[in-house]
Design a protein around this ligand. Structure first.
Ligand code: ADP
Length: 633
C-alpha cells in the first residue's frame, strides 16, 4: 500500500480524499494557491505546499509544480480528485514518468475517452450504443450547419473537449445555428483551449443515467450500478441519486453490462463513469439508452453510490493504485436502500450568480442522517477563483421518499451569512410533485423555475421573530451591561428598531419567540433561518441605516454582477434597445452571462469593450428610458 499521498485538488473533494487516506494510515500532502492559504483542505492535511497564485492556471493546473511538490515532500502518489488535472492524460503520464503512483487510469485510457468525438467512435467499435450525430473532421460553419440540418432540429452542439456542462448549445431551428455555433466555439476556446465541436441529435425527454465502473491492474472490471443525474440546470447536475427511479432489473443489467464493455474497451483501471442519455418518453428502456461519454475519474456524485453499496470508492482507488485487486467481485455487490445528493453552492439562488466572501455564519447539521462532505467551515472564505460548490449533502434511507424528505429538512435548516447559498433552490427542487414521483427529465428545472420564488425582502415574520427574541434576551438578562451590545431602546417596550441593511423598521415584540429559527446572535444582530435562507436583522446605529438598493437595473444602470471579462459588446452608445435585448456578454466563473436591457430605451453610456476585465459593481451600460413608449410617471 502506498504510504503517502499528495492531493492535487482543493475544496470538498480534497477533504474527502484526506479523510479516507487518513483512515487507511496514509500520510497526506495538500497543495494550495494564494487564495487557499488557510483553506480547510490545507488545515486537514498532514503537510501542505504552496504552488502559486490564486488563478487555477497558475497553480492547480500547473502539473510541474504539483509534481515538484510531491517530490519535495516525499509523497509516493498523486490523487487528482475531479476537475483540474484529473482527466489530463499528459499530466497522468508525467506523474508516472516522475516515478510516482498516479491514482487514476493510465494515460491511454484517458486519451481514448478525453475527446467526445474520438470516444464515441471508439464506443461504436466496441458495440456500445451511441447518440446519433456528426463527429466529423470538417469544422467549417457551412459543413456543421449542413450536418445539423440533416440530423434535424433540435440538435446539441458540443465542444469535443468539453466537460462539466460547459461548451454546449441546444439549437432549435436552423436560423439560430450560426450564432449558437459561434458562442459555443468562443466558450470552448476560452474554457478548454480547443474550439472543435460535434453535433448530436437532441434527445427529447432526456434522462441522464450513468454507471459507476471500476477496473484493476489484474484485468477485472465491475460496475457499482447506476446513478440518475437528470436534475440539471444548464447541463450542470444539481441533485443526483442512486439507484435510478423506475429502473427495472433487465434494463439495469443491460446498461451496466454496456458500461463494463465500454470500460474494458479502453483497458480501464480505477474509478470511472459511463454516462448515458435515455429517451424516457416511455420510461427507461434498454433500447433507448445511448452512450454519451466516459469520465475517467472519480465523480462529484460518487457518494450516492458509496451509500447504496456500502463501499468507500476512494479506498478502492487507493488499493487499485497500489496494485491490489478490486476489493469485491461483481456478485458480491448489491444495492441497499436509496441515496440522494444535493450540491450546495455559494450562490444567490435568485439569479445563480456566485456569492463570494467570508462565511461568517455557516452551519449544516445532518442530525446523523445526512452525510456532509464539506470543503468549508465557518470563518472560511469563498473566493471568486474556483467553482463555488462548498459542500455536498448526501441522505440515505431505505426508501426514496424518506431520503428526499431527510435531505429537504437538512437543506431547510442550512444557514450561511453573508454568503448566499442555493439551499432554498435545492429544497424547492426536491419538493416538486414530479420529482417525488421520479418523473424527471433534464428539462425539469427549466420547467419549474418560474415557480421558484424567494422573498426579496425580509419577510414580516422574520422581523417579528427577531424582535421577540431580542426582547426575551433582554428580559432574561439580570445585568444591564449584557444588554449594551444589543442597544435595545427599551427592553420593556413592545417595539424594537431593526434593520436588514436595506430597510429599517420598528418591529413588534409581541409574537411568541421561536427559538428554533434564531441561529445565532452577535453583538448587534440576530440571524434567522427559514427554508434554507438566512436573514440578518441588526439593531441600527444611525449610520448604517441607509438602505441603498444597489445592483438593480430599475434605473437602467447595468452593473457588472461579478468580476469577469467582457467577451462581447452588442451595442454602441446611442443605440436603441428593446427590453430583454442582450447588451454585453460577460465571462466569469468559466461561464458566459448575458446582460440584457431592463426596458426599451437608448444606450446613454457604455463602459465596456470586448476583452476588458471588469470588477463587481462596475457600471457597464446605462440605458435611458424611451420617453415616447414609456412616459415617466
Ligand atoms: P459534459 O461533459 O459537459 O458533462 P455531457 O456530454 O456529459 O457533457 O452532457 C451533459 C448533459 O447535457 C447531459 O447530462 C444531458 O442532460 C445533456 N445532454 C447531452 N447530450 C444530449 C443530447 N444529445 N440530447 C439531450 N441532452 C443532452
Amino acid at each position: 500500500m502506498i504510504e503517502s499521498l499528495l492531493i492535487a485538488n482543493r475544496g470538498e473533494i480534497a477533504c474527502r480524499i484526506i479523510r479516507t487516506a487518513r483512515a487507511m494510515g496514509i500520510r497526506t500532502v495538500a497543495v494550495y494557491s494564494d487564495a487557499d492559504a488557510n483553506a480547510l483542505h490545507v488545515r486537514q492535511a498532514d503537510e501542505a505546499v504552496h504552488i502559486g497564485p490564486s488563478p487555477a492556471r497558475e497553480s492547480y493546473l500547473v502539473g510541474d509544480k504539483i509534481i515538484a511538490a510531491a517530490k519535495s515532500t516525499g509523497a509516493a502518489a498523486i490523487h487528482p480528485g475531479y476537475g483540474f488535472l484529473s482527466e489530463n492524460a499528459d499530466f497522468a503520464q508525467a506523474v508516472i514518468d516522475a516515478g510516482l503512483v498516479w491514482v487514476g487510469p493510465n494515460s491511454d485510457s484517458i486519451r481514448a475517452m478525453g475527446l467526445k468525438d474520438a470516444a464515441k467512435a471508439r464506443m461504436i467499435a466496441a458495440g456500445v450504443p451511441v447518440t446519433p450525430g456528426y463527429l466529423g473532421e470538417d469544422q467549417s460553419p457551412e459543413r456543421l450547419q449542413a450536418e445539423a440540418d440533416a440530423i434535424g432540429y433540435p440538435v446539441l452542439i458540443k465542444a469535443v473537449a468539453g466537460g462539466g456542462g460547459k461548451g454546449m448549445r441546444r439549437v432549435d431551428a436552423a436560423q439560430q445555428f450560426p450564432e449558437m455555433l459561434q458562442s459555443c466555439k468562443r466558450e470552448a476556446a476560452s474554457s478548454f483551449g480547443d474550439d472543435r465541436v460535434l453535433i448530436e441529435k437532441y434527445i427529447l425527454s432526456p434522462r441522464h443515467i450513468e454507471v459507476q465502473v471500476f477496473g484493476d491492474t489484474h484485468g477485472n472490471v465491475v460496475h457499482l450500478f447506476e446513478r440518475d443525474c437528470s436534475l440539471q440546470r444548464r447541463h450542470q447536475k444539481v441533485i443526483e441519486e442512486a439507484p435510478a427511479p423506475g429502473m427495472d432489473e433487465p434494463t439495469r443489467e443491460a446498461i451496466c453490462a454496456a458500461a463494463v464493455r465500454a470500460a474494458k474497451a479502453v483497458d480501464y483501471v480505477g474509478a470511472g463513469t459511463i454516462e448515458f442519455i435515455a429517451d424516457a418518453s416511455e420510461g427507461l428502456r434498454a433500447d433507448r439508452i445511448w452512450f454519451m461519454e466516459m469520465n475517467t475519474r472519480l465523480q462529484v456524485e460518487h457518494p450516492v453510490t458509496e451509500e447504496i453499496t456500502g463501499q468507500d470508492l476512494v479506498e478502492w482507488q487507493l488499493r487499485v493504485a497500489s496494485g491490489e485487486p478490486l476489493p469485491l467481485r461483481q456478485d458480491e455487490l448489491a444495492i441497499n436502500g436509496w441515496a440522494m445528493e444535493a450540491r450546495l453552492y455559494a450562490e444567490d439562488p435568485t439569479n445563480f450568480l456566485p456569492s463570494t466572501g467570508k462565511l461568517e455564519l455557516f452551519g449544516l447539521d445532518g442530525h446523523g442522517q445526512v452525510r456532509i462532505d464539506a470543503g468549508f467551515e465557518p470563518g472560511d472564505v469563498v473566493t471568486p477563483f474556483y467553482d463555488p460548490m462548498i459542500a455536498k449533502l448526501i441522505a440515505w434511507a431505505p426508501e426514496r421518499e424518506e431520503a428526499i424528505s431527510t435531505l429537504e429538512r437538512t437543506l431547510d435548516a442550512a444557514e450561511a451569512w453573508p454568503i448566499k447559498i442555493n439551499a432554498p433552490f435545492l429544497s424547492f427542487c426536491l419538493s416538486r410533485d414530479g420529482f417525488l414521483a421520479g418523473d424527471v427529465t433534464t428539462s425539469f428545472i427549466e420547467q419549474h423555475l418560474p415557480d421558484f420564488e424567494l422573498p426579496e425582502t425580509t419577510p414580516d415574520f422574520a422581523w417579528e421573530d427577531a424582535a421577540a427574541y431580542l426582547r426575551l434576551q433582554a428580559s432574561q438578562e439580570d445585568c444591564e451591561d449584557a444588554l449594551t451590545g444589543f442597544r435595545l431602546n427599551a427592553p420593556s417596550q413592545s417595539k424594537v428598531w431593526l434593520s436588514d441593511g436595506r430597510q429599517t423598521r420598528v418591529a413588534s415584540t409581541s409574537r411568541e419567540t421561536r427559538q428554533d429559527v434564531v441561529r445565532w446572535h452577535g453583538e448587534d444582530a440576530v440571524w434567522l433561518t427559514y427554508a434554507g435562507k438566512t436573514y440578518r436583522l441588526g439593531v441600527p446605529r444611525g449610520r448604517d441605516v441607509a438602505g441603498a438598493e444597489g445592483g438593480t437595473a430599475a434605473d437602467g444602470a447595468i452593473l457588472s454582477p461579478m468580476p469577469g471579462r467582457v467577451t462581447a459588446v452588442d451595442i454602441t452608445p446611442g443605440a436603441t434597445v428593446a427590453k430583454g435585448q442582450r447588451l454585453v456578454t460577460l465571462e466569469a466563473m468559466k461561464m458566459e452571462h448575458s446582460l440584457t436591457a431592463p426596458f426599451d430605451g437608448t444606450v446613454a453610456e457604455l463602459n465596456a469593450e470586448a476583452g476588458a476585465q471588469v470588477s463587481e459593481g462596475m457600471l457597464l451600460v446605462k440605458v435611458e428610458r424611451n420617453e415616447q413608449t414609456n412616459p415617466s410617471p
